[in-house]
Design a protein around this ligand. Structure first.
Ligand SMILES: [Zn+2]
Ligand SMILES: [Zn+2]
Length: 191
């Protein structure tokens, strides 16, 4: 049974919905320096990162995410010429999601901070525990004990299976971040 969870930015201007579908998502923390740089760029570190510098993400298919309000308050940056598109709000500088630079890839990493849960118990019931903490070597302070210093190889087959299923079922579409092959806004390359 998919669970539909409301999405809302900090100030409430950008709203949406996400379907949390069993077997079609990963609940992760990313501690990498790029995710941290992104929050520095947004000047919003305290509100986004946990005490270790981690970003909490729900990685799923673009087709499961919908933006219902505030589409004109969405911007996109790329930290360098290659790499992820990092989507954020311009109203309150909240990360929305990461996508690949191609609309063909059935992947979106949605900021869990946007997800509206009534309480921790409801969050746990819907998302379950965090199943991977990656790039722990970039942690602020001591690396969390349950983090992997880089990316756990044991995760690769799961990611591959997820991607293949997404491509087969064409879950890259519809995406609220692309019009056909083109991103919905100009992508600002930071360096
Ligand atoms: Zn906002
Ligand atoms: Zn990261």
């Amino acid at each position: 049974m998919p669970e539909v969870v409301n999405l809302k930015c900090l100030c409430g201007t950008v709203k949406g919905k996400i379907n949390v579908v069993t077997g079609s998502f990963f609940h992760v923390h990313c501690l990498c320096c790029d995710c941290q740089s992104f929050t520095s760029h947004l000047n919003n570190k305290e509100k986004i990162l946990d005490e270790h510098g981690g970003s909490e993400l729900l990685q799923t298919y673009p087709a499961f995410m919908e933006i219902t309000e505030g589409q004109d308050k969405i911007a996109c940056v790329q930290l360098r010429n290659k790499g992820l598109y990092r989507w954020h709000t311009t109203c309150c500088n909240m990360p929305l999601a990461n996508t690949m630079s191609s609309s063909k890839v059935p992947f979106v990493g949605v900021s869990v901070k946007l997800m509206q849960f009534d309480n921790e118990q409801e969050k746990m019931e819907i998302l379950g525990p965090v199943t991977m903490k990656a790039f722990g070597k970039y942690s602020i302070g001591e690396m969390p004990k349950d983090a992997h210093p880089k990316f756990p190889i044991s995760y690769m087959p799961k990611i591959l299976g997820f991607m293949l299923k997404g491509m087969f079922k064409k879950k890259n579409n519809p995406s609220h971040f692309f019009n056909g092959n083109k991103p919905i806004t100009k992508v600002n390359v930071l360096s």
